[in-house]
Design a protein around this ligand. Structure first.
Ligand SMILES: *Cc1c(COP(=O)(O)O)cnc(C)c1O
Length: 366
């Protein structure tokens, strides 16, 4: 028997998550100068990190011989006061992906099922499958979540429903009223994970008041990240908000030191840097307008996005992706999402967007 076969069949069947290609890897493969490569593939913040967060990291470096605060007290206290929730409603994660996995691991066993949408964030099916539970994928409507159909898809075996809002990679957004209706009609013993990785980019009137819903819906888990608008993707830190009972369970399965001390310090400081957050949103709005204007000019259709990325349709996406890579532009192919005719491009700085548009222009003219 091979050692591979020691792993349960549901683990062996996992198709690993395909991350955006790192700049260093493309430079190696194509013999390109890394400095000339534009990476618009992982929805990272093109402004980098907040200056306040950077200063906090630099200060914390001298303490690295010590273990981090396993309770994350300072960061949790910041989150508690900023979002007006109790400390016992917060769990910290090594990125919000960690939280998503903790939720799956804590609640799902083989025989359970879990509901998510077609085209929803790929981590949900992966996390479900890694527990040996059954994923129930519900057909999307206009690339977005069909909340009514998702509710109808809930089985007696269903323990978790995943909702990405806005969704990645489609950028679609559910209306607050529809989410409330979903929560009201969803069985109380089914957990609803509301993954709001891009919520900071939303105009106020489009935002769900999801944190206020927590007191009314004990089965709701709101998940946020510092990887996108806060610009800390490389440090890995996110948080989940839920009822104290759910948080208690998640704390039992997480590693004792799952969020490192640099991440805790940076995230605490980033929460205070309103100016950086504003600049991030402004650059994103401008870049979104720049990219969508180019798609329109070129006659390329795209999915209206509420995140820091946009998915466009381009026929042979594999060929276009190749063409872009050869010219030092990294975007995200979506074949893994069963969208072989689409590419997702993250919003960059104006000059990065311009480089992408320039290469796209020449690809369309070729
Ligand atoms: C980027 C993203 C995350 C955040 O991942 P981290 O682990 O926090 O870096 C979570 N959910 C969705 C839908 C995302 O697109």
């Amino acid at each position: 028997m091979s050692l591979f076969e020691l792993a349960p069949d549901y683990v062996r069947a996992i198709a690993p998550y395909q991350p955006g290609k790192p700049i260093s890897e493309l430079a190696r493969e194509m013999g390109l100068d890394p400095a000339g490569i534009v990476k618009l593939a992982s929805n990272e913040n093109p402004l980098g990190m907040s200056p306040l967060a950077r200063a906090a990291v630099e200060k914390e470096i001298s303490e690295l011989a010590r273990y981090p605060d396993g309770n994350g007290f300072e960061l949790k206290a910041k989150i508690a006061s900023k979002f007006n929730v109790g400390l016992d409603r917060i769990v910290l994660g090594n990125g919000s992906n960690d939280i998503l996995e903790l939720i799956a691991r804590a609640f799902l066993t083989p025989g359970d099922s879990s509901v998510y949408s077609q085209y929803a964030f790929a981590v949900y099916p992966l996390a479900v499958q890694a527990c040996g539970a059954t994923g129930i994928q519900v057909r999307a409507v206009d690339y977005g979540h069909d909340l009514e159909a998702m509710r109808a898809a809930i089985q007696p075996s269903t323990k978790i429903v995943w909702i990405a809002n806005p969704n990645n990679p489609t950028g679609t957004l559910a209306r607050p009223g529809d989410l409330i209706e979903f929560l009201e009609l969803c069985p109380k013993h089914v957990l609803v994970v509301l993954d709001e990785a891009y919520t900071e980019y939303l105009p106020r009137e489009k935002r769900s008041d999801s944190i206020a819903w927590l007191s009314q819906f004990p089965n709701l888990i709101v998940v946020r990240t510092f990887s996108k608008a806060y610009g800390l993707a490389g440090l890995r830190v996110g948080f989940g908000l839920a009822s104290p009972e759910v948080i208690d369970v998640l704390n039992r399965v997480r590693q004792p030191f799952n969020v490192n001390s640099l991440a805790q310090a940076a995230a605490s400081a980033a929460l205070d840097d309103i100016e950086f957050l504003r600049a991030s949103v402004r650059v994103n709005n401008e870049g979104m307008a720049q990219l969508t204007a180019a798609f329109q000019r070129l006659g390329l259709s795209f999915i209206q996005s509420w995140g820091n990325f946009v998915t466009f349709h381009c026929g042979d996406a594999q060929a276009l992706n190749r063409y872009l890579l050869e010219r030092g532009v990294i975007v995200r192919p979506l074949a893994g999402y069963n969208m072989p005719h689409s590419l997702r491009v993250s919003i960059g700085l104006a000059e990065e967007n311009a480089r992408f548009i320039e290469v796209l222009d020449s690809a369309m003219a070729d």
